[in-house]
Design a protein around this ligand. Structure first.
Ligand SMILES: CC/C=C\C/C=C\CCC/C=C/CC(=O)SCCNC(=O)CCNC(=O)[C@H](O)C(C)(C)COP(=O)(O)OP(=O)(O)OC[C@H]1O[C@@H](n2cnc3c(N)ncnc32)[C@H](O)[C@@H]1OP(=O)(O)O
Length: 287
């Protein structure tokens, strides 16, 4: 543990994950010389747009993949590349994730990726899902989800992978891990992340019944931290971020790291990750 704490101070949580043997991750010390200033500040790709304000150190990542920002292999790959670039950029300390689509934050995993694909493709897809979670939950940046629409299943996972959640106060928008309603099962690390957010009993009910919560109900159980009117979601996220960034990065990162190490099953370990990947790929293949 002493080693873990020493490393967490040096590398942040991402660094600790890499010490625990997942593949390449980047602490804030590691600044790639490959990215030009322009590339670092604004990158536009088909499914994701990132704007980094160098004066505040806050990046806004907008998911813009109609109709519902479903998490396909292509989407996840782009998402991870963008996250990795920001992670390596010393000037970026905070990340806000939101959607450009009306009514939908993210519909979760792309259902077409889970239908009629080869075992190899299923494996590749699941690895990308794991990667998204590891990169987000293990990020050294302060992360806020500005949830401006419905966010079921994998969309909820993405939201609870952030440090803080602000949702639009609209009872028609829903959020939750509804996998069992679809006849599938949320993997153990989805469960861990939910337990870390809402506590054991609420998570148990939520997972077993596959509950989707309206925005007001999500606030009641602590699945989201704050509700705001639609037109204030981004400005509130920016204001909230400035409070998070008032905390010294190293202190916030170590605190998060200790919390996660004590409260999360060992997906960061290669063998756990591979076993999970194998089980899920087989399940998806036989669905
Ligand atoms: C023992 C173990 C067994 C099995 C284990 C196997 C696998 C484990 C995997 C576990 C993890 C799963 C996590 C997931 O994320 S699964 C995905 C779950 N997602 C959903 O249930 C969301 C479904 N979508 C919605 O609820 C609505 O679409 C939404 C509220 C997001 C938006 O509603 P709206 O009315 O605005 O749009 P729609 O008309 O419904 O949809 C528009 C078009 O988008 C398509 N769509 C919707 N969701 C998805 C999706 N997830 N993937 C791909 N495409 C999606 C929808 O079909 C419409 O398409 P068109 O008809 O217009 O072509």
């Amino acid at each position: 543990m002493a080693n873990v704490l020493r490393n967490s101070a040096k590398f942040g949580f991402s660094g600790v994950l890499s010490q625990l043997s997942i593949h390449s991750r980047h602490g804030r010390e590691c600044v790639s010389p490959c990215f030009s200033l322009q590339q670092r500040n604004n990158s536009t790709s088909p499914k994701i747009k990132v704007d980094l304000d160098s004066s505040t150190g806050v990046a806004v990542l907008r998911m813009q993949s109609p109709p519902v920002n479903s998490l396909s292999l292509d989407f996840l790959t782009e998402f991870c590349i963008n996250l990795e670039k920001l992670e390596m950029d010393r000037s970026c300390r905070g990340l806000i994730i939101t959607s450009t689509l009306s009514k939908v934050f993210s519909a979760g995993l792309d259902i077409m990726e889970m239908y009629g694909k080869s075992p190899e493709r299923c494996g590749e897809f699941w690895k990308a899902v794991q990667e998204m979670w590891l990169k987000l939950y293990g990020s050294n940046m302060a992360t806020i989800a500005a949830i401006n629409g419905s966010s079921p299943a994998g969309g909820c996972l993405m939201s609870i992978g952030c440090d803080y959640r602000i949702m639009v106060d609209n009872p028609r928008y829903s959020i939750g891990l509804n996998e069992t309603q679809l006849g599938i099962v949320a993997p153990f690390w989805f469960k861990d992340t939910l337990v870390n957010t809402v506590g054991n009993r609420a998570a148990e009910l939520s997972l077993e019944l596959g509950l989707l919560y309206s925005a007001p109900d999500a606030l009641k159980i602590g699945l989201v931290d704050q509700l705001v009117p639609e037109d204030q979601v981004l400005s509130t996220a920016q204001d909230t971020m400035s409070k998070w960034l008032a905390i010294p990065d190293h202190a916030r990162q170590i605190d998060q790291c200790v919390y996660i190490i004590y409260n999360t099953s060992p997906l960061p370990l290669d063998h756990a990750r591979q076993m999970d990947q194998c089980v899920i790929s087989v399940c998806i293949y036989y669905i």
